[in-house]
Structures are given as structure tokens and as C-alpha cells.
Design a binder for this molecule. Sequence first.
Ligand SMILES: Cc1ncc(COP(=O)(O)O)c(C=O)c1O
Length: 293
Amino acid sequence: MFTAPVFSPPFIGLNGNVVATADAKLHVTDLALLRGYGIFDFMRVINGIPLFQDRYLARFQHSAALLGLEIPLSITALKAHIHTLIAANGHPSAGLRLVLTGGFSPDGYLPTTPNLIVLDAPYPAPKPEQYTEGVSLITHSYVREIPEAKTLNYIVPIRALPQIRKAGAFDVLYVDPAGWITESSRSNFFLVTKTGVVVTPHDHVLPGITRGVILQLAQDRYPVEMRPVHIEELQTAQEAFLTSTTKGAVGVVQLDALRIGDGQVGSITQALHHAFLAYGEAYLAQNKTSGSL
Ligand SMILES: Cc1ncc(COP(=O)(O)O)c(C=O)c1O
């Protein structure tokens, strides 16, 4: 039986038009449905302002290019479309999901003209205890395909949900067969070495927007390295944390049976999370006064 989704905005953006949700339909031959061929992005909207919009749209363009998909709107037109949709839906604070599909495919394989969906999505506010207590992860042997692109493929982590639940963990940490860490299911990974260096894996990861901002903020405060990170380093690390749009920086206090550092959320993690929040506030204030939304 069909039940209405909990979060059902009145309007959805479809190929540059703002249409009533009931009319926002794609044909079942879309390659996103038949083969999982497509990309997306996800940004926060706060008080009607899409936070760090230019960074997200640049990544969306990059993901599209990596899959050979053309966004049917210019970036200027896409920004205007996003603005119209936010105003029409009247949800000043939400998530905003952009999806670009492989298009309707007559033979179920060849990409055609991409379809662009812009969807007001719920913003899953993190639980406050994640910041005070930290989270635990379980290792999962995997490296994402085309890791630079934010593709629609989340088969591996969604399939691992029962395992994560069984372990009482928060999420997975992807590790390759030789023990090199890449990222988590929807977050980037950082550690702080015993000498206080902030380190994040350089290759085979999604260029997270939060990761980018955190790196920028960390560079002014601490020694920073972007390089391969081996799981062995966690034995001696002081701190570890995840970064993502929905979380900012969240401390990781345990990986499998290993307690990280002293098992508490570290001071550098906390400082970077607060610096990230302040940077976001400043962005919102600036974009409000300049009216550049
Ligand atoms: C695989 C993966 N890595 C990292 C991230 C974090 O990226 P961002 O900070 O842009 O949310 C995400 C976000 O969903 C992701 O899916």
C-alpha cells in the first residue's frame, strides 16, 4: 500500500520547471531507475539561503562531467530555479537534493537527455549526544567506484545497515584490502596524530564540501596533511572525526574494538566543529545582506 512520504513539499523542480509534487513524474525507462546511472548533490538551506551553494553546484557539475551527463540549465539558471523552488515551498530550513539522471533510455542502457530533479528534502538534524559522546564505526572493506563523483550508488552501505545496527555502530569506515582508509558512507574521515597533525585521506574519496571548509579552517590553526591514511595509525591517534553536510565534524571514539585516543570527543574536533558553525553563520550573514541568493 502506498503511504504518503512524511516530508512532502508542495512543489518539486523538474527540468527547470517548478511543478506540483503530484505532477512531478519521470518515465520508468529512466536510466537512474534501470541501471542506477545518475548523480546527485545535497546542501542545507537555512533561512532560505542555500549554504555554500557555489561549492555544491561546482561539485554537482564535476560529478555530471565525470559521468558524461549534461546539466540542462546553466549554473545561473539553476541558482534562480533553486531560489524559486525554495520560495514556492516555503520551507526556509531544509535539505536540498539535486538529482541528475541518465535520462529515458529506449534500450535500457544508452544514456539520453538527463532529467534534473530538485527536491526539498528533510534535514536530518544530528542528535546532540553525537557531539558530546562521539560515535563508533565498523570497518568495511570497500572503495567507492568513481569516488570523486557523488553518484546515486549507495548499495554497499545501505546493504550493510543490518551489520551496523547489530554492532551498535553509527556507520561504516571504508578500508581497502591493504588497510588504507578512504571515507565513511556519507562522510569524510579525519584523524589527529599523536603529535597534533590533522590528517585526511587524499585519494579515492568524495571531495566533501564540509571536508573542504574544515581543511581551510584547520590550515590556519594546526599542521594539516592530505595523504594516504593507514588503519594502523588509529592505534596511536589522539582523535578522529567525520565531516559531512548534515553533521559538521563529529568525533569518532571507537573503530571496531579499538578505542580511539582516550575514547572521548577530542578538543581539536570540537574546535573545528565550532569554527565550521561560525564560518557557516558568517556565510549566511553575508549572503543575507548582499542579497546574492
Ligand atoms: C561518500 C561520501 N563521502 C563524503 C561525503 C561528505 O560530503 P559533504 O561534506 O559534501 O556532505 C558524502 C556526503 O554525502 C558522501 O556521500
